[in-house]
Design a protein around this ligand. Structure first.
Ligand SMILES: NC(=O)c1ccc[n+]([C@@H]2O[C@H](COP(=O)([O-])OP(=O)(O)OC[C@H]3O[C@@H](n4cnc5c(N)ncnc54)[C@H](OP(=O)(O)O)[C@@H]3O)[C@@H](O)[C@H]2O)c1
Length: 219
C-alpha cells in the first residue's frame, strides 16, 4: 500500500509473550526502556493505541525525559466508547492533539461534545470496526508520515493482518506471567497455519542486563 505512514510497533512483553497480566497490570518496562519509548515518540508524528488500552491504562501518551515535540494521539475506537474524562482528552491537547478513529456507529451527540474540546475525528465508514487501511490513508493525508503503534494486542493483530506494520521493536522482560486471559503481543483470530503467518526479518538483537530488545523489519 502506497501513501501510508511508516508504522513502528513497539511493545514490552514477558518471556511468554504477554503484554499485560490477566488483571491488566502491564509494568514490564524498566526506566531505561521508558526513556527509549519516549525517544521513539519524539521521532514520530503520531502515537496510536486501541480503545481497550485507554480504558485499562488511561495513558497520557505524551513525551517525558525529552523536550516535548508535537505528537498526535490516535485512538482507534469504532463506537467512541472511551470516556471524555480520559487523559488523552484532558492532558495538553495543544502539544498532543487527539484524533479518534471511529465508524458510523459512534453516537453523534458525544462526538459533537468532544469536538467542542478540539478533539478531531476520522470516520472510516459503516464497517463494524475501524477500517485501518482507510485510516492510514487519511492520516498520511493529514501529514502523518511515521506512527508509533503502542498496542494493545487486538489492534496489533489487525494492523499486522492488513500488512500495515513496517517495523517491530520488542522489549522482553525476564519474567513469565502466564494466564490464558492475559493479553498477548498479538491477539485476534490468528493465522490458520504457520505458513499463513506474517513474516518479519530480524534486524537487531540487543542485550541489556537481564533484558533483550529485538528489532524486526517487514520481510
Ligand atoms: N506492554 C505493552 O507494551 C502494552 C502496550 C499497550 C497496551 N498494553 C496492554 O494491552 C491491553 C489492551 O489490549 P487489547 O488487545 O485488549 O485491546 P486494544 O488493542 O488496546 O484495543 C482493541 C479495541 O480497539 C477497537 N478497534 C477498533 N477498530 C479495530 C480494528 N480494526 N482492529 C482491532 N481493534 C479495533 C476495538 O473496540 P471497538 O470494536 O469497540 O472499536 C477493540 O476491542 C491492556 O491491558 C494494556 O495494558 C500493553
Amino acid at each position: 500500500m502506497k501513501n501510508k505512514p511508516y508504522v513502528l510497533l513497539s511493545c514490552a512483553m514477558s518471556i511468554d509473550g504477554k503484554i499485560a497480566t490477566y488483571t491488566g497490570d502491564n509494568e514490564l518496562s524498566d526506566e531505561e526502556d521508558w526513556k527509549l519509548i519516549h525517544k521513539l515518540r519524539t521521532e514520530c508524528d503520531a502515537v496510536m493505541v486501541g480503545k481497550n488500552t485507554i480504558l485499562k491504562d488511561d495513558p497520557k501518551l505524551h513525551i517525558k525525559f525529552y523536550e516535548p515535540t508535537r505528537l498526535i494521539r490516535v485512538i482507534v475506537d469504532s463506537s467512541f466508547s472511551i470516556p471524555l474524562t480520559s487523559k488523552v482528552f484532558t492532558y495538553k491537547l495543544k502539544t498532543y492533539p487527539t484524533i479518534i478513529a471511529i465508524t458510523d456507529h459512534a453516537l453523534r451527540p458525544k462526538i459533537e461534545k468532544a469536538k467542542l474540546k478540539n478533539i478531531r475525528f476520522i470516520n472510516t465508514g459503516s464497517e463494524k470496526q475501524v477500517n485501518l487501511k482507510k485510516l492510514m490513508e487519511e492520516l498520511y493525508q493529514h501529514g502523518i508520515k511515521k506512527i508509533l503503534l503502542e498496542g494493545g494486542g487486538a489492534l496489533n493483530w489487525s494492523m499486522i493482518k492488513e500488512c500495515l506494520v513496517d517495523e517491530i521493536r520488542i522489549f522482553i522482560a525476564p519474567i513469565i506471567v502466564g494466564g490464558k486471559n492475559a493479553v498477548s503481543l498479538v491477539e485476534g483470530r490468528g493465522a490458520e497455519r504457520i505458513i499463513d503467518g506474517f513474516k518479519f526479518k530480524l534486524q537487531n538483537v540487543l542485550k541489556r542486563d537481564n533484558y533483550v530488545i529485538l528489532n524486526y523489519f517487514k520481510a
